[in-house]
Design a protein around this ligand. Structure first.
Ligand code: PMT
Length: 218
């Protein structure tokens, strides 16, 4: 039945933003609320999957039947995802992971000074790309938040990161992407597969995305 389409499967979902510390009181982050990722985890659990939700700091409650792993930084998220990767059937990377972090974290609060200040940033590991490089039988689903050239960038990410699907949202659109309760996406897959969804709640969208993916992978 539809309810148990993912029974016997292990699904790992990442959600929310990461925090990259600058000093003990400051960090770099982004506008991800975790809503889309939590909806993906809730839908997977409802469809019968063993569901691990690896989440950056958000203020949402854990969906029923989902195991929560809380992380802070991109590096923490990488470690947590890798710990579950081997045994995962599906990995859904909804998190908005920092691409850069401060090269060094100050041990004391940085005091203000005259004039400008500079923080040197270094690259974090691209978790999705790393997973793509070590993929066995896992189905890898990435998300992409874009403000322009959505389809081109999404297709680039699909190949560059060796993902099976990329779910692209145009975050310049109202009521879509970060923080909203609704979203509108297009999913891209291998061999030119592409399907656009209407605007709907993140819960409805999560269900429809997992239905589509499980049907295609069956
Ligand atoms: O949390 P909400 O407020 O509900 O908002 C939902 C959302 C907009 C965050 C979500 O729908 C979304 O688009 N998530 C991906 C955002 C993003 O970071 O996109 P990206 O294009 O920077 O990254 C592409 C993919 O690579 C993503 O699957 C991301 O998890 C992954 N990535 C990125 C950087 C990195 N260092 N490691 C990664 O794994």
């Amino acid at each position: 039945s539809r309810e148990h389409k993912m029974a016997g499967k292990k699904v790992v979902v990442t959600a929310g933003p990461t925090r990259e510390r600058i000093d003990p009181v400051r960090f770099l982050t982004n506008f991800s609320s975790g809503k889309m990722g939590y909806a993906m985890a809730a839908a997977a659990a409802e469809m019968g999957a063993e569901t691990i939700l690896i989440s950056g700091p958000v203020s949402l409650s854990v969906p029923t039947g989902v195991t929560l792993v809380q992380v802070e930084s991109a590096e923490d998220m990488l470690q947590a995802v890798e710990a579950h990767y081997e045994t995962a059937d599906y990995v859904v990377k909804t998190a908005a992971v920092a691409d850069y972090r401060p090269e060094a974290m100050a041990n004391q609060k940085i005091k203000k000074q005259e004039g400008n200040s500079t923080i040197v940033l270094e690259r974090t590991v691209d978790i999705l790309k790393q997973l793509g490089q070590h993929k066995k039988n896992q189905v890898l689903i990435g998300f992409a938040a874009e403000t322009n050239n959505v389809s081109q960038y999404a297709k680039d990410k699909l190949t560059r990161k060796n993902a099976d699907y990329i779910v692209a949202n145009d975050v310049s659109e109202a009521q879509a992407g970060f923080e909203s309760d609704t979203n509108r996406v297009t999913i891209y897959g291998k061999h030119g597969f592409e399907q656009a969804f209407e605007m709907m709640t993140k819960q409805q969208l999560a269900r429809q995305l997992l239905e589509l993916i499980t049907d295609k992978e069956a």
